[in-house]
Design a binder for this molecule. Structure first.
Ligand SMILES: [Zn+2]
Length: 461
């Protein structure tokens, strides 16, 4: 007999509701009808989930998280060089056009500036229209196309960091994380292991929207876990529930889209068996993965300085946000083209035999995924895109293998790659000198018509 953990009512077909353990607005997929009744599901949706979402909305906009039901017209306000911009889904951003008139000598100069992503035609049209109206008033006689043709710079490229003044409400965030932890406990039928005092505090604090209930008991039992324990080159929802007999703790580790990770002790006097339940879901690549969650010792080491939870979150939030943003910033496409090329050369050099497509692609994806952990320039490509790139790289590798082999052997006569992995290969810039790289590039360009440049366009479309 399943009961609603919030109000205690027995759950039946009439009052059940589908509850997402991690809110679906953050891409949460784990769900059950045996956690909350309809009424409590709806109450907690507005008192807890909505508050958490408003603090984390920026990340949803940035990550364009896939969910069961899409919300419309979503954007947050942000700042680029003191220009206010609207940041829309999937990083399509634009600012309100800023149009100014200056006198220059005996003439006038009308300037229009707007920050827009290159593909945001809608935003650019707004600028053109406003700009056209302004210059007509100053005596411009031509059409809107004449105007466009005479404009010096049409789009202001925006490679700036986007600044955000977020004020996080830590109480609301921790309460949201605790709800996830309790939901996960209930999902595994282990609700009775939680300390009743924790559950009670949660129930009181989550009762209504404007609750100012003291949640110090919960904050005291919550620790922030540093991002470094979760570096795997992915963005995930991460959950673990651990019964730790030796440390007398029942605790949950919760990470929502890898924004912040908290460990919440749900029972300080735990004496049952050791166990661990885990759920890790990659929100970009939309698949469940395996991952070793930090141990109780790791968690304890994050707590050792006696700082308040608030101070620790404040100190670490910039680092956390930068990590997430690194998945969405395209740094330098040339770098990536070089890297793909270097990889092909590396593969030619390292293996005498030509690899078949399956082994080449597997090696390629494994190596690049591993590199993504340490190299933030690689994170903007998803697993699927790596897969496409591997296929195209193989085509090129396979059709030019013999030729590359001859070239490389000739230049590097007597040179042997010993214990060379792709990682060493990247660190050692001298492995291929400028000359050979540009030589091979010329070869590619002559015979393949900028194949690698096109390649990037293809995989990103
Ligand atoms: Zn209920």
């Amino acid at each position: 007999m399943k009961k609603c953990y919030f109000c205690g009512v027995v759950l039946s077909e009439n009052n059940q509701a589908v509850e997402h353990v991690i809110p679906n607005s953050f891409g949460g997929r784990l769900k059950s009808k045996d956690i909350l009744c309809k009424e409590c599901n709806s109450i907690l949706g507005t008192t807890v989930d909505a508050k958490l979402y408003s603090d984390f909305k920026f990340f949803d906009i940035l990550m364009n998280i896939k969910k069961d039901r899409e919300t419309k017209n979503n954007f947050v306000k942000a700042n680029i060089n003191d220009t206010e911009i609207k940041l829309s889904k999937g990083l399509r951003y634009h600012s309100a056009p800023n149009i100014s008139v200056e006198t220059e000598g005996s003439g006038i100069k009308i300037k229009g500036v707007m920050i827009a992503s290159a593909d945001n035609k809608e935003a650019q049209d707004i600028l053109y229209k406003n700009f056209f109206n302004k210059i007509k008033k100053h005596g411009f006689n031509g059409s809107i196309d004449d105007m466009k043709n005479s404009m010096v710079e049409r789009i202001v490229p925006s490679d700036k960091w986007i600044e955000l003044d977020r004020i996080f409400n830590l109480d609301a965030i921790v309460l949201g994380y605790l709800k996830v932890a309790i939901g996960f406990c209930s999902y595994h039928g282990k609700l009775d292991l939680i300390d009743e005092k924790i559950l009670d505090t949660f129930r009181k604090a989550a009762k209504d929207k404007n609750s100012s209930e003291d949640i110090n008991l919960i904050l005291d039992n919550t620790s922030f876990i540093e991002q470094k324990y979760f570096y795997d080159g992915r963005l995930c929802n991460r959950l673990s529930l651990v019964g730790d007999k030796d440390n007398h703790k029942l605790y949950a580790v919760v990470g929502i889209c890898d924004i912040f990770h908290f460990a919440i002790v749900l029972n300080d006097n735990y004496s049952s068996d050791n166990f661990e339940e885990k759920y890790i879901y990659d929100v970009i690549n939309q698949k469940e993965i395996d991952f070793n969650m930090p141990s109780y010792n790791d968690i304890a080491s994050c707590r050792k300085n006696n700082k308040s939870l608030f101070d620790v979150v404040k100190e670490n939030s910039e680092n956390n946000i930068k990590y997430i943003m690194s998945f969405f910033c395209v740094f330098d496409l040339c770098f990536f083209t070089d890297l793909a090329l270097k990889y092909i050369l590396h593969a030619v050099l390292s293996y005498d035999e030509k690899m078949d497509s399956a082994s080449f692609e597997k090696k390629f994806i494994d190596d690049f995924c591993a590199l993504r952990v340490s190299n933030e320039q690689l994170r903007f490509l998803s697993d699927e895109e790596f897969g496409k790139l591997a296929k195209m790289s193989y085509e090129f590798y396979s059709s030019n293998f013999d030729y590359f082999l001859v070239c490389l052997r000739k230049v590097y006569e007597g040179f042997k790659v010993q214990n060379s992995s792709f990682h060493n290969f990247l660190i050692d810039d001298n492995l291929f000198d400028e000359e050979i790289v540009s030589f091979v590039k010329r070869t590619i360009k002559n015979s393949k018509k900028d194949k690698l440049d096109e390649l990037l366009k293809k995989i990103k479309s």
